[in-house]
Design a protein around this ligand. Structure first.
Ligand code: AMP
Ligand code: MG
Length: 310
C-alpha cells in the first residue's frame, strides 16, 4: 500500500494536541492517544466506553524508546529480535520514573507493550515524541475493527480522525505474554504459542482463566457481534446464519464462509468482517461450524467462544 505522508502528518498534529486518532495495525485497528498524557488516555476510555480498570496496550516504534519506561530481560530480547515488529504484546515491569500515564495503566506497576508492523503506523510512531496507548478501535466488548470503515461505523464523529491503512492483514489481536518471570501467555492471539516455545526452549504456561480474577479485557463476554452466537454447530436452525470454516458448494444467502481453501490465516483475516456482515444483514443469531483447533484456529475458537457468552 502507498503511504500517504500528509495523512500521517494530520494524525501527528492531532495526537500532539492530546486528541485520539484511529490507527491501522496488522492485527486490528487501534484507537490511539499519547500514552504520556492523562487527558488523551481519558479520552480513549470515554470514546470506547471501556471500563477504567482495563489497562491499555502501549505501542512503540522500537525497544530503544521502550527502555525509558520499562525493564527488559533476556526472554524479552529474544522474542523481540525474532517477532517484532509484529503481533506480540509483552507485559513488563514499569520503571518508577516512567512518564506513562497512570490512566493508561490503571495505576498498575506493569505495562503491556507492542511494536506494530503496519508501515503507516510505524512511520507515525517514528515521528512522534511519545508512544501511543491504543486499545482496539471498537466499542467495548464488541468485535474489533479491521478496516477504516469498521471504525467509522462504530464511532462516527466520535473520533477526530481515522488514519486509513487498508484492511488489517492478520485480522485478530496480538498474543499477550507476561515475560517478567516464567513466561505466561495471557491472551491467545495472532502469534502461535508453539513458535514462542520453540524459540525460548522453555515451558510456556497459559493463563486465560475463564472464570475468576479476570482482567476485564480477558472477560468471557467479549468480541461479540451483538447477536447470539453458538459454536461447534453441526446443523443450522431456522433463521440462523450459518458460519463455516471452509467454503462449500452451497449457494444460499444465509451461509457464510471464512476461507475458500480451508486456510486458518485467511479465516482469521475474515473473522470479524464476516461477523459484522451477518449482523448488518439483520440475522438474529449465528451458528458456527467446527473450526480446526490448532495454530490460529485456537485463537479463532477463543474469540468465538467468548462471543458466544453474549
Ligand atoms: P485491547 O487493546 O482491546 O486488545 O485489549 C488489551 C488487553 O491487554 C486487555 O486484555 C488488557 O486487559 C490487557 N492488558 C493491558 N495491560 C495489561 C497489564 N499490565 N497486565 C496484563 N494485561 C494487560
Ligand atoms: Mg479489544
Amino acid at each position: 500500500m502507498k503511504i500517504n505522508f500528509s495523512n500521517i502528518k494530520k494524525a501527528k498534529k492531532l495526537l500532539n494536541k492530546s486528541e485520539c486518532v484511529a490507527i491501522p495495525t496488522e492485527t486490528v485497528y487501534g484507537l490511539a492517544g499519547n500514552a504520556y498524557s492523562n487527558l488523551a488516555c481519558q479520552k480513549i476510555f470515554r470514546i470506547k466506553k471501556r471500563p477504567r480498570n482495563n489497562p491499555l496496550i502501549v505501542h512503540y516504534y522500537g525497544y530503544k524508546d521502550l527502555k525509558k519506561d520499562c525493564y527488559i530481560n533476556q526472554d524479552f530480547i529474544k522474542l523481540y529480535k525474532k517477532f517484532c515488529p509484529g503481533p506480540l504484546t509483552f507485559i513488563l515491569d514499569l520503571k518508577k520514573d516512567s512518564k506513562i500515564s497512570k490512566v493508561a495503566t490503571n495505576n498498575k506497576n506493569t505495562l503491556a507493550v507492542r511494536f506494530p508492523k503496519h508501515l503507516i503506523t510505524r512511520n507515525l510512531l517514528k515521528d512522534l515524541n511519545f508512544p501511543l496507548a491504543a486499545p482496539s478501535a471498537n466499542q467495548s466488548s464488541k468485535v474489533s475493527s479491521v478496516s477504516s470503515s469498521d471504525v467509522e461505523r462504530d464511532f462516527g464523529r466520535g473520533i477526530k480522525y481515522i488514519l486509513d491503512g487498508g484492511k488489517s492483514s492478520i485480522g485478530v489481536e496480538s498474543t499477550i505474554i507476561d515475560v517478567r518471570k516464567k513466561p505466561k501467555v495471557l491472551r491467545l492471539g495472532a502469534l502461535d504459542i508453539s513458535s514462542i516455545r520453540d524459540l525460548l526452549k522453555k515451558k510456556i504456561s497459559f493463563n486465560i482463566n475463564q472464570n475468576k480474577n479476570l482482567l476485564p479485557g480477558q472477560s468471557r463476554i467479549h468480541y461479540s457481534p451483538g447477536i447470539p452466537l453458538r459454536v461447534n454447530a453441526k446443523i443450522k436452525r431456522k433463521d440462523e446464519a450459518f458460519l463455516l470454516f471452509k467454503k462449500r458448494k452451497i449457494d444460499k444467502p444465509n451461509y457464510f464462509f471464512l476461507s475458500k481453501q480451508g486456510n486458518l490465516s485467511e479465516a482469521a483475516r475474515n473473522l470479524y468482517g464476516t461477523l459484522r456482515r451477518i449482523k448488518d444483514y439483520k440475522y438474529k443469531s449465528i451458528a458456527v461450524g467446527k473450526i480446526p483447533n490448532k495454530g490460529l484456529g485456537k485463537t479463532i475458537n477463543d474469540r468465538l467462544l467468548r462471543a458466544s457468552k453474549f
